[in-house]
Design a protein. Structure first.
Length: 484
């Protein structure tokens, strides 16, 4: 231990006894704990500006009293078993805990997003990437580069939107793969932070926000936290029911629309081009900004994904969100907002209230990785792998159907999960599965209004675990499915 703050009293007692007393108090009140190493006599003497022998005398006193132990060449440690508590002779008032302080909690989130799925041997949670596929060794090189050649100026305060070389890489990537141009990029600590900032900047208590009837609860929580009242839009074959959206607009003053157009969360459907056009026209007509959460666009199989709504946004009302949680891992906490300049400045300055900017060292390393091509190499590799896993899951479920089990699903064009109709037993299935060590969410977990729960669907993630695990888990699950 290097330093230790001691409260030395100003009495007429000898100095070494005052130091011993202060050390004893530090042990009694838990500043240092049993068997913890104490500062050497030299370090403590320096810190207290006293002679080293004075500190040694204090330590020897405590050794004699049984508070401190000393072993040759190992210095002083707090004794393993402390002497029984003796009434303090000091003048200090010892504060005792009566009842714990009762906090006045002004705001709290009802939905604490604990992620219990990881504790299950078979984890079919829908949005899990396979973190073991991440090229940690390769990425270490880019972290080293960022440390070896640091951008000293950028590591300081300022430039709050993000680290420019990273923004440049992301802008190029989004332009090439998502056709996004004419937007400012803001770097955030993941989509959740983006949703929080946007909600705080654009909403006030009582504002109505339209969301998909089945959707992403963490987004809803951020919106509600800003005081929003959520209005669910019916869902149909190819994304939301646009007529229902229009009639909601006529009934309520909708301030914001939150959508997952590419792979609707959780149903995996893609919002058709016709619907996108109608939704956009309505948004223009009624002045409704759209949050487009493009959370797993990276993984699209067989064909190219539809470009996002943000790619064709002449009025600049689409707020586009993308995350590195799926392509790297959720713990990376990195994401971006691509948005019209007129809103970008407000979002950046609001974010500064809670955090100056996102982690620059990390942005630097990821920018180098992207520039080198590693990011897209990893993307291609994991897309191929997830596509095989999707096939494995689809083939096995189809074989269950052939054997007469009651399962229905459409093969999603992309994403990381299947939305499977299991008849009217989704909830029971999810519960029984947990008993077998299998994590699956039923549709009830995704409904805005619980009365809409038909108890038919489960979401089966295929990306996060190996084909072997997918097979084992589904075979364990098989006896729980109903017959046709
Ligand atoms: C719909 C949706 N949006 C966004 C995210 C990513 O959020 P974040 O970037 O905060 O990890 C997820 C992850 O599960 C998601 O399912």
């Amino acid at each position: 231990m290097k330093t230790l703050n001691l409260d030395i009293e100003q009495t007429k007692t000898k100095l070494y006894l005052k130091i011993a007393d202060a050390l004893r108090k530090a042990i009694e009140n838990g500043t240092v704990i049993s068997q913890e190493k104490l500062p050497s006599a030299r370090v403590l003497a320096e810190q207290l500006s006293v002679n080293r022998h004075t500190v040694m005398a204090a330590y020897n006193e405590l050794v004699a009293q049984g508070w401190v132990e000393t072993k040759q060449r190992q210095g002083y440690t707090v004794a393993k078993v402390l002497p029984a508590y003796r009434a303090s002779t000091s003048m200090n008032i010892i504060l005792k805990a009566e009842d714990n302080h009762a906090w006045r909690i002004i705001k709290s989130s009802q939905d604490a997003f604990s992620r219990p799925a990881h504790n299950y041997p078979f984890n079919f949670a829908g949005g899990n990437p396979d973190i073991e596929l991440f090229p940690f060794n390769e990425f270490r090189g880019f972290i080293n580069d960022a440390l070896n050649r640091p951008s000293i100026k950028e590591l300081n305060y300022g430039d709050n939107a993000g680290f420019q070389p990273f923004i440049k890489e992301v802008a190029t990537y989004l332009r090439r793969v998502r056709s996004i141009t004419n937007k400012e990029i803001i770097v955030v600590n993941g989509t959740q932070e983006a949703l929080y900032i946007i909600s705080q900047v654009l909403l006030k208590a009582g504002d109505k926000v339209a969301v998909e009837n089945l959707g992403y609860r963490p987004a809803w929580t951020a919106l509600r936290n800003a005081g929003a009242e959520l209005i669910g839009i019916k869902q149909a074959e190819q994304g939301i029911d646009v007529d229902d959206f229009e009639s909601l607009i006529q009934q309520h003053k909708i301030r914001l629309l939150y959508l997952t157009p590419l792979h609707q969360y959780p149903t995996t459907t893609t919002l058709s081009v016709e619907k996108r056009v109608k939704i956009y026209q309505l948004a223009q007509q009624y002045n409704i900004p759209i949050i487009e959460d493009d959370y797993d666009h990276e993984f699209h199989y067989n064909s190219q994904p539809l470009p996002p709504m943000a790619a064709n946004d002449p009025s600049g009302l689409v707020i586009y969100l993308s995350s590195f949680s799926k392509i790297m891992f959720p713990g990376i906490r990195l994401g971006i907002i691509a948005v019209d300049k007129s809103l970008a400045t407000h979002l950046v300055s609001y974010r500064t209230l809670m955090n100056h900017k996102a982690n620059v060292l990390l942005q630097d390393a990821v920018a180098r990785w992207m520039k080198d091509g590693g990011f897209e190499r990893h993307l291609r590799k994991s897309t191929r792998r997830y596509q095989r896993r999707r096939k494995c899951m689809v083939d096995l479920l189809n074989s269950f159907v052939d054997e007469g089990l009651n399962l229905e699903f459409t093969i999603p064009k992309g994403g990381m999960a299947l939305w499977v109709n299991v008849g009217s037993q989704a909830e029971a299935l999810s519960k029984l599965a947990k008993g077998k060590g299998i994590f699956i969410l039923a549709e009830s977990a995704f409904h805005l209004n619980h009365q809409n729960n038909e108890n038919k669907f489960i979401r089966l993630g295929f990306a996060g675990q190996s084909e072997e695990k997918i097979k084992q888990g589904l075979l364990l699950l098989k006896p729980l499915f109903n017959n046709k």
